[in-house]
Design a protein around this ligand. Structure first.
Ligand code: NAP
Length: 604
């Protein structure tokens, strides 16, 4: 019998895939397995060319459907065209892909690796899961992990009974794996639906029993699927009533007797730099719907390089009141200066606090040694279950800079200058693969960025302004910016700077709309309220830039509504211009994406 040891490889951008991979690693012991875990970027620590253990991949997606930065080298390596088609025929693997349906190319990071491994002869021992951050990763991730243990058990038992059981998996045929994976292959494309249904335990309630993931295999899932589509949930009065059992313990608390007094950030701040916040400006009026704040970070000492279009990860601490409350509940107030490791025992994402990414809203040509970014202070109104509160990172940042925050157009009062050390923050550059100005400055660009979505375009335009100053003979393509906010006089972010760009020709067309201002005295009928309305009004120019002049379209901002609506408008514009139906317009737009001429930096 082979040791039940398998390998977990993860490709993570913001830590989500890593924390799921660690969760799998942690659970492996409970299920009688031993797992080794590695980031895909640590190529010297694993060798898939000779790996005979089952391998579990957890891969996130970033940018425009790209594999995470940490997986880029691995992807390049397996994409090597000289590899023979049976290069990975010895490899048996399962893959969990993470993505977000609010973005184009859902789960494409994982899909890219999955399809290349298949091309090179590797075999699934368990169907691929595609988890959607748009609806909640856990909807797929939790049942996928639950099902993994059974698939691994069957895989190991097949390995033990195969002819060369002790040493070699290479004779394990694809059929064996299909059999061992309980027929999961045939449900592969439906896995997302099946796994989703697994979560919906009401689907089995007509049988008067709760579905537990232990009791389900994929065959049962198909029955569940059929039943759930044909039958509704029975009335509570018709359900079997059971006496609730004592719930299993779910929390593990470990106290590490090492004093952490004085430490304010996690010790594994890999790649992070502590930098000073040299300026904080409130960009909106006090009565604006949302408060936008711009921060300037001094990155000169750390020598951090970035391009407009890149972002920065910011670390924020847990909310102090919540930490206090947890310590109180755990009766650990007296030990609050010791590290406490709190784990939820049953697969229930106590994930590490993730960094928050903000787009650079500056160019280092214009602000050497500095980077700016802008954010709205997210506010959650009071609810019966909790009082009003602010977003964790944006609320913390707003409090953190309150001593140096000044309204737009003012300078900080002298008595508040230089009296105390500037607030600091931990940051890590997060370069974008594609969201940059075209390499050829003569290419025209259309930028769509309402609200704080304008941030990267401020960086683009600062860069362009400096380049124009330095190369007066060069040809620069037209620049269009479609900006939108709620009120002209309350939240027109970067108004002066944008008007300067328009005035000096850096910006050829500044097209703005105000969604909540009253119509002017002339009472303009059908005035544009959203950026996409203005895109429609300028449809001919937009189409010509994209279809004739090989220009680029950049969209930044809210993913859920704005980016979808802008995409629909683009389909209309292209359909009308080329006189083609929606399907063909979609193909044209997909072509623009592939050519990296339609780029999105969108957030939900
Ligand atoms: P916002 O909430 O998107 O609002 C900006 C304008 O867009 C408002 O006038 C709003 O109008 C309008 N709007 C609402 N629905 C729309 C739709 N379906 N289509 C077009 N416009 C619509 O602005 P924000 O609060 O600044 O948020 C911008 C988004 O960008 C956030 O998701 C943020 O996370 C993201 N982002 C931030 C950064 C950054 O670095 N901070 C970078 C990139 C993206 P009404 O409210 O009147 O309906």
């Amino acid at each position: 019998m082979l040791a039940a040891r398998f390998l977990i490889l993860y490709g993570s951008q913001r830590g989500q895939a890593q924390s799921i991979a660690e969760e799998i690693c942690q659970q492996a012991a409970e299920h009688g397995f031993t797992a080794d875990i590695n980031c895909l970027s640590n190529q010297h620590k694993y060798n898939l060319d000779s790996e005979i253990r089952p391998v579990v991949f957890v891969i996130s997606t970033t940018g425009d459907g790209d594999p995470p930065d940490t997986a880029q080298k691995f992807v390049r390596k397996i994409k090597n065209k000289s590899l023979p088609h049976n290069h990975f025929s010895h490899l048996h693997y399962a893959l969990l892909a993470l993505g977000d349906t609010n973005y184009a190319n859902f789960c494409n990071g994982g899909k890219t690796i999955d399809s290349r491994l298949q091309q090179l002869g590797a075999k699934h021992f368990y169907a691929t899961g595609h988890a959607d951050d748009g609806t909640g990763l856990e909807v797929v991730v939790d049942p996928w992990i639950e099902g993994l243990w059974d698939a691994l058990k069957k895989t190991f038992s097949s390995m033990a009974t195969s002819d060369q059981q002790d040493t070699d998996l290479s004779d394990c045929t694809q059929d064996d794996f299909h059999k061992n994976a309980s027929g999961q292959e045939k449900y592969k494309s439906d896995l997302e639906v099946d796994l989703h249904l697994l979560k919906l335990s009401e689907t089995d309630s007509q049988k008067g029993k709760a579905i537990t993931s232990d009791s389900i295999d994929v065959e049962t899932l198909s029955t569940v699927l059929v039943a759930s589509l044909k039958q509704s949930v029975p009335l509570l009065s018709e359900s079997a009533l059971n006496v609730p059992a004592l719930p299993a313990s779910y929390l593990e608390v470990r106290l590490e007797q090492v004093s952490t007094e004085g430490e304010t950030v996690p010790s594994d701040k890999d790649g992070y730099h502590e930098v000073s916040i040299s300026k904080a400006v409130q960009l909106t009026q006090d009565d604006a719907v949302k408060t936008a704040i711009s921060l300037e970070l001094d990155i000169s000492e750390q020598n951090l390089a970035y391009q407009p279009g890149d972002a920065f990860d910011i670390l924020c601490p847990n909310r102090a009141s919540e930490v206090e409350e947890l310590l109180l509940r755990l009766d650990l107030q007296t030990q609050k200066n010791c590290a406490v490791q709190v784990n939820l025992l049953k697969n229930k994402h106590l994930p590490k606090l993730q960094p928050r990414a903000y787009s650079a809203a500056s160019s280092s040509l214009q602000h050497p040694g500095k980077v700016h970014f802008v954010f709205n202070v997210v506010e959650f109104p009071a609810r019966p279950e909790h009082p009003a509160r602010t977003g964790l990172c944006t609320g913390w940042l707003a409090d953190h800079v309150s001593s140096i925050l000044r309204p737009l157009g003012t300078v900080l009062a002298s008595e508040r200058l230089g009296t105390s050390a500037p607030p600091k923050v931990h940051v890590r550059p997060r370069p974008s693969g594609t969201f940059h100005l075209p390499a050829d400055p003569s290419v025209p660009v259309v930028m769509v960025g309402p609200g704080t979505g304008v941030a990267p375009f401020i960086g683009f335009l600062q860069q362009r302004e400096k380049e124009r100053e330095a190369n007066q003979e060069a040809t620069f393509g037209e620049t269009w910016l479609f900006f939108g906010c709620r009120h002209k006089d309350k939240d027109f972010l970067f108004r002066e700077e944008l008007e300067r760009f328009a005035h000096n020709g850096t910006l050829s067309h500044l097209i703005v709309c105000f969604s909540r201002d009253e119509p002017d005295a002339a009472g303009t009928v059908n005035r544009p309220t959203y950026v996409q309305h203005n895109l429609s009004l300028h449809a001919k120019n937009v189409a010509s830039i994209l279809l004739k002049d090989k220009g680029s379209l950049y969209v930044c901002g809210d993913a859920k509504n704005m980016a979808k609506d802008v995409n629909d408008t683009l389909l209309e514009i292209i359909g009308n211009e080329l006189q083609i139906d929606k399907l063909d317009a979609m193909k044209t737009v997909a072509g623009l994406r592939e050519e990296k001429r339609y780029l999105q930096d969108i957030w939900s």
